[in-house]
Design a protein around this ligand. Structure first.
Ligand SMILES: Cc1ncc(COP(=O)(O)O)c(C=O)c1O
Length: 383
């Protein structure tokens, strides 16, 4: 078993997925065809949201969403515990991220957000991330949105499939825009891919425009008219080619049909880990029963156990287990420090980072493989 490699996550592809992709490859449209629309329809239905605009990556969805919500120099509250893409999108729009410290679940601390909003009425938005698959409290976000008149973006790259009471990650009932990622490590994959989800028609129109070079083809929306040319179109914004192909969409569509199965397996694996680490110095990041179980993060006080994280990671690698650290606080990155950001202003995020390790959690880990992973991690850390 040792010859096999276990990363923190990976895709699960079956024959149905492969056939779905082959069908598109044999069809007339590899891109801008019917599969994209079908995938968007399925996402809307799954989430109960009104508009879904599929794009080429989660990062592209964040970029477009930022352009729809923000203007130059807007101040935006966001979390240091995320992938770089979340706050980079704020910078792409010419706006300014303000990093807020995190709570016990390593999600943005909404109480701290309110403290800041009370003092600074020029803040225009929050970009929240459902870290590891635990949703940021929807009621809390809606309260801040309504009380302070700010825009709210929910980065659902980790949380497709998660719920919180009556709310679903990405349903847009408590935010202006939600963004999804279909990278292979996520709840479902389209290889690369993402989606801008919203209940706001204007945002949906703008997002479709930005996805395709800023082009408008609807005659009713034209600024000028050119009745001589039936193929006349207008570029009204500086957009991009962020289109998702039909090949990718077919894979995503096929994967979305399996999301409940994926969630059940991930939940079961997480429960096994919970039981295995119970009563040891290995403290799991609490994943509530409504999580999408994107990551299984363990927290360890390495000083207390007298070991170095790097040594543990290297030794486990030699046994085929590749752990990850989600995430290095974004405000600690050299690029951000050069812009004047200081990670010591978010001490809980720094402490969290110093203790975290993501261990393998994905569909396809067999019971005996998980037992091997548990035994190897425990013996490395505890003995
Ligand atoms: C929280 C978060 N947001 C955004 C992204 C970007 O998604 P993508 O890799 O599809 O561009 C990621 C990717 O890991 C992520 O973890």
């Amino acid at each position: 078993m040792q010859s096999k490699k276990y990363g923190y996550s990976r895709q699960y592809i079956d024959d149905e997925d492969i056939n779905a992709v082959i069908q598109v490859l044999k069809s007339d449209f590899l891109t801008t065809g019917p599969k994209v629309l079908e995938f968007e329809e399925s996402i809307k239905q799954y989430l109960g949201a009104q508009y879904a605009v599929c794009v080429s990556s989660g990062t592209a969805s964040l970029h477009i969403a930022a352009l729809c919500l923000l203007d130059k120099d807007y101040k935006v509250l966001t979390t240091p515990i995320s992938f770089l893409a979340t706050s980079n999108a704020i910078l792409y729009a010419g706006a300014k991220p303000i990093f807020v410290d995190v709570d016990a679940k390593a999600n943005i601390d909404l109480n701290l957000c309110e403290d800041i909003l009370k003092k600074d009425s020029t803040i225009k938005a929050i970009f929240a991330v459902d870290f590891a698959g635990n949703m940021v409290d929807p009621d809390g976000l809606l309260y801040l949105k309504e009380k302070y008149g700010i825009k709210v973006l929910e980065d659902c790259a980790h949380s497709l499939g998660a719920t919180a009471g009556k709310n679903k990650a990405g349903d847009c009932s408590f935010c202006d825009v939600a963004t999804l990622s279909f990278h292979p490590v996520k709840s479902i994959t389209s290889a690369e891919g993402g989606c801008v989800v919203t209940n706001d028609e204007q945002i949906a129109k703008k997002a479709s425009m930005f996805r395709n070079h800023g082009i408008v083809r609807d005659r009713n929306e034209f600024i000028y008219k050119d009745d001589d040319n039936p193929l006349y179109f207008e570029m009204q914004e500086l957009g991009f080619n962020y289109r998702l192909s039909d090949v990718h969409s077919a894979l995503g569509l096929s994967q979305l049909k399996k999301i409940d199965f994926f969630l059940t397996v991930r939940r079961k694996l997480a429960n096994n880990y919970d039981m295995a680490f119970n009563g040891t110095p290995i403290r799991p990041l609490h994943l509530n029963s409504e999580s999408s179980y994107h990551l299984y993060v363990i927290r360890i006080n390495f000083k207390e156990i007298g070991k170095k994280r790097a040594d543990i990671m290297k030794s486990l690698q030699s046994k085929g287990i590749f752990l990850q650290t989600h995430y290095i606080p974004i405000n600690a990155q050299p690029y951000y420090q050069k812009l004047g950001y200081d990670p010591s202003l978010t001490p809980t995020a720094v402490k969290y980072y110093n203790e975290c390790l993501s261990i393998p959690l994905y569909v396809g880990i067999e019971q005996e493989e998980q037992e091997f992973i548990i035994d190897t991690i425990k013996s490395e850390i505890l003995f």
